[in-house]
Design a protein. Structure first.
Length: 447
């Protein structure tokens, strides 16, 4: 199968998953903002944001390692699964022990819910990435859609009927992750059992040769450990602003700021569709190129130009439509959140392009380079949040996020150039970025 066709096929499958899942969740935002207070929504947002840091860091990015090495090593996928699950369960034990101590300082119910949320989310995220590495995208799609359906049904029950508020919202998340993990494991065991239990010969083996297992585990760790800086930097760029807003402005303002992210999530749907398919394509393409002894730079350059154009046009359209969208989505006092949306949309563009470039680095197994790029962006993010939030409140946090993503994008472009020469038109790209910035400023100032 040609590389363009392989990318297109996976994009179609991920489109089904993401459109069904993200659009339905997107439509739930008016429901959430109607039944939850800004404080409850802010608390839930902080808990979910914390998962973005802890899951990849404590699991040593085993999911990302499973994706990359699963594509290269079809005969070792059973080993990869067992090693990855070991680190996932070990991370859950660490959170359980930490949570036992935390109950003396925090509400016990929230601590228990967070521990369960971490366990269910970490297993779900590992399975999603592992199955992508096994090229079982259809099972990933089924799991994602099933997760969304469970989330919607349980939300209606726990928030509308039982009226559990914040607790019902969090319980719904756990049920969705658990149900999706169960269905994916069940389908994989029934139709692709060799993926979970195969040795080199493709037959079931209760125990693997120790040297082979240790060697593969070392490779996975060598790939995953440098990505801790990458995932931590990405987390800071994604989430540090919410912590700073919570601490410096209060949970109610963070509730507004958190809901402002829901409009950029429309663009994130398209970004995620491409990113999931591209990560697989970049790794598979490089594996084939290494066998052939030739690097196809035109493929990477074509994809870069198309992706950049699409993201810029999508961002420009959403900035133009931000107030009508906010009027539809945000209820009561949440409407004021629209002001934070334009800079957050611009940050999505830079984040998407950084992710595109990062997938190329990761295909070359250069996870350390992306760690440096994201680390620099994270440092800029923290400094700008400290400087801007006291004067500009949550708007300062939104601006800090956009600037830090831009810095990260520049760093990623530099590191990718060491592996692949991308043929880009900077005379078009730079004015496009300036026009987006001008549009955002004009939209905010006209309010």
């Amino acid at each position: 199968m040609g590389r363009y066709r392989y990318l297109a096929n996976n994009m179609i499958l991920f489109s089904v998953s993401n459109f069904v899942s993200k659009i339905l969740v997107f439509l739930l935002v008016p429901f959430y903002t109607n039944v939850l207070s800004t404080s409850d929504y802010g608390t839930a947002d902080v808990m979910q944001t914390t998962l973005l840091l802890l899951v990849p860091a404590l699991t040593v990015n085993m999911g990302e390692a499973a994706l990359r090495f699963g594509i290269d090593n079809a005969d070792k996928r059973g080993l990869i699964f067992r090693i990855g699950m070991k680190y996932t369960l070990r991370a859950s034990l660490v959170v359980l022990l930490a949570g036992t101590a935390a109950v003396f300082f925090m509400p016990p119910v929230l601590v228990i819910l967070f521990i369960l949320l971490f366990f269910t989310n970490s297993v779900y995220e590992f399975l999603i990435l592992f199955l992508q590495g096994c090229e079982l995208v259809r099972i990933v799609v089924i799991g994602s859609v099933f997760s969304t359906l469970v989330l919607i049904c349980s939300n209606l029950v726990f928030l509308l009927v039982v009226k559990l508020g914040l607790f019902g919202y969090l319980i719904s998340q756990m049920l969705a992750f658990s149900a999706a993990s169960g269905i994916m494991l069940g389908l994989c065991a029934k139709f692709h059992g060799e993926v979970l239990s195969a040795d080199r010969s493709g037959t079931f083996s209760g125990s693997d040769p120790l040297s082979e297992r240790k060697g593969l585990e070392k490779e996975l760790l060598s790939y995953g450990k440098p990505m801790i800086l990458y995932s931590t930097g990405a987390f800071i760029n994604n989430a540090a602003d919410r912590y700073f807003v919570s601490i410096m402005c209060g949970l109610s303002v963070n509730g507004l700021y958190g809901v402002a992210y829901k409009i950029p999530s429309v663009l994130t749907v398209f970004q995620r569709i491409f990113a999931q398919a591209w990560q697989m394509s970049a790794s598979k393409s490089l594996t084939q190129e290494e066998k052939d002894g030739s690097l196809k730079e035109d493929f990477y350059s074509d994809m870069y130009r198309l992706y950049f154009t699409f993201m810029v046009l999508g961002c420009a359209f959403l900035i133009l439509m931000v107030r009508p969208l906010a009027a539809f989505m945000f209820r009561k006092e949440f409407f004021e959140a629209w002001r934070f949306v334009p800079p957050l949309l611009i940050s999505v563009v830079f984040g998407a392009m950084t992710g595109f470039l990062g997938s190329i680095c990761l295909a070359f197994k250069d996870s350390g380079a992306m760690g440096i790029a994201t680390g620099i962006g994270a440092l800029v993010n923290v400094l700008l949040n400290i400087l801007l939030i006291p004067s500009f409140s949550a708007m300062g946090a939104a601006a800090a996020t956009a600037v830090s993503y831009f810095i990260m994008f520049i760093g990623a472009f530099y590191f990718v150039s060491r592996h692949v020469k991308l043929y880009t038109d900077h005379k078009r790209n730079i004015p496009a970025i300036l026009l987006l910035t001008a549009e955002a400023v004009i939209m905010i100032r006209r309010a």
